[in-house]
Design a protein around this ligand. Structure first.
Ligand code: UGA
Length: 458
């Protein structure tokens, strides 16, 4: 959806094809199949301009096209860990006889190394060699900010094996790369395929690193947010993807780390760091319920817990591998009743969660609950009125798994609050003891804004 729409935005004629007639029908009527900020306006505008069309008919989509993108799903094969490539192969088989000579078939789906070679053979069995190209063009956009990630990428990666594909893809991306001086990395197909997995595995590792440090921070009385800034301002490290939380989820990191491990295994290579990342993240997601239980001395049987945020991250309705799911299931197993709030994810959440009362309003969700647990960093939750939240809760217990609430303000209102990578209980924290001592002496605790230091040093 995002790639097709943005290609149209650059002035290309685009036809998006899907086998799901309901989706295509909806799109023609202006109904988006996914929640993605900014996408609906762009679709509407390009559809009205006649540059963007939708069809269920593959022949209609690919006949006469100079470039055909395969952007189907490559989910994890249940119990196997590797990517299920059946949709990719099916698309290749079906389009092989329909494309015109000179067409470049580009794989946008995230696929293991060597998939392009297989596609070359599949399409080659229906066409003369040399009359078509197969290229790889991995996508690095993030859900929630997908449109701006696509229109203004950090880099474009193109994996090609011939000049036709090289030229065609460079031309296609010229609208953004020339304008913004965006680096275009042209590699062989196999390298491009691997770049995608390496990027996701690296980012997943970065998150897991900060999450493990967060655990240590909790024990020693340090603050992981300040720690992340303290290391992240070193340009070699970078501040992004250092937000500690309940573990990464979504349709990409969990799936892609597993698929990369499977590739490594197939080739007899050990990727120990990625192995550890995948295992640590899984364990972390299972462990988050513990934070809630600890707030009640180990027993939540019969208590009502308000879960604020269900989707795997903000600005999406995607529930795939969302940390809220293992958390809620574990709390239910321990006898907790769950009320849950999400601004856009309820419909998808209801398909994977049982026995949960859903609310579109966070305060209503908190009504008469014994604790509120923040799981997704939605703006509506960041901006929640803590005093009002406290009035709705039965007990003033707040567990912030995203570190987005103002801990000090919450404490001042009388909340018992615990967060991630910050001292669990105010009383056991050296930092808090220091702050209390200062208050007793009549001092206001001054916190130095680390950004101001960075600016001064510059
Ligand atoms: C990810 C990559 O960031 C994209 O570059 C890539 O194109 C995409 O996968 C893909 O392969 O299609 P996405 O899954 O949409 O994008 O979302 P992210 O923003 O990367 O977040 C993934 C998970 O990591 C979320 O659960 C998020 O909450 C978590 N996260 C992210 C953290 O816990 N801490 C952070 O600092 C950043």
């Amino acid at each position: 959806m995002v790639s097709g729409t943005c290609f149209a935005e650059w002035g290309n004629n685009v036809v998006c094809m899907d086998k799901n007639a309901q989706k295509i029908d909806g799109l023609r009527k202006g109904r988006m199949p996914i929640y993605e900020p900014g996408l609906d306006e762009l679709v509407e505008h390009n559809y009205a301009a006649g540059r963007l069309n939708f069809t269920c008919n593959l022949a209609e989509a690919v006949t006469g096209a100079t470039v055909v993108f395969i952007a189907v799903g490559t989910p994890t094969r249940p119990g196997q860990g590797d990517a299920d490539l059946s949709f990719v192969y099916m698309a290749a088989r079906e389009l092989a006889s329909l494309i015109a000579d000179d067409t470049v078939v580009v794989v946008k789906s995230t696929v293991p190394v060597g998939t392009g070679d297989v596609l070359q053979t599949i399409i080659g069995s229906a066409r003369k060699a040399g009359t078509f190209s197969v290229a790889s063009n991995p996508e690095f956009l993030r859900e929630g900010v997908a449109v701006s990630d696509f229109l203004a990428p950090d880099r474009v990666v193109i994996g090609v094996e011939d000049e036709r594909a090289n030229r065609r893809l460079i031309e296609l991306y010229d609208s953004t790369t020339a304008l913004r001086n965006t680096p275009v990395i042209v590699t062989g197909r196999r390298t491009a395929e691997l770049i995608k997995y390496a990027a996701n595995a690296f980012l997943a590792t970065k998150i897991t690193f900060i999450n493990e440090l967060a655990d240590l921070c909790e024990e020693v009385g340090s603050d992981v947010k300040e720690l992340a800034l303290g290391i992240g301002l070193d340009r070699r490290i970078g501040t992004s993807f250092l937000m500690a939380g309940p573990g990464y989820g979504g349709s990409c990191f969990p799936k892609d780390t597993l698929a990369l491990l499977r590739t490594a295994q197939d080739y007899g290579v050990t990727l120990g760091i990625v192995e550890e990342t995948a295992a640590a993240n899984d364990a972390r997601k299972q462990r988050m319920a513990q934070k809630v239980v600890e707030a009640f001395d180990g027993d939540i049987d019969g208590l009502t817990i308000a879960v604020l945020g269900l989707t795997f991250k903000a600005d999406t309705d995607d529930m795939r591998d969302a940390p809220s799911v293992p958390l809620i299931k574990a709390l239910q197993r321990l006898g907790g009743h769950i009320r849950a709030y999400d601004p856009v994810g309820i419909e998808n959440a209801a398909m994977v969660l049982d026995g949960v009362d859903f609310f579109e309003d966070p305060y209503e969700c908190a009504w008469n609950a014994d604790a509120a647990v923040v799981v997704t960093e939605w703006e509506t939750i960041k901006k929640i009125d803590l005093a009002q939240l406290k009035q709705h809760l039965r007990q003033p217990v707040l567990i912030d798994l995203r570190n987005i609430l103002d801990t000090e303000a919450a404490e001042e209102l009388g909340f018992r609050i615990s967060a991630v990578g910050r001292p669990a209980s105010p009383d056991s924290s050296l930092q808090e003891i220091g702050k209390r001592r200062d208050r007793q002496r009549g001092f206001k605790t001054e916190r130095v804004d680390p950004f101001s230091i960075a600016i001064r040093e510059k």
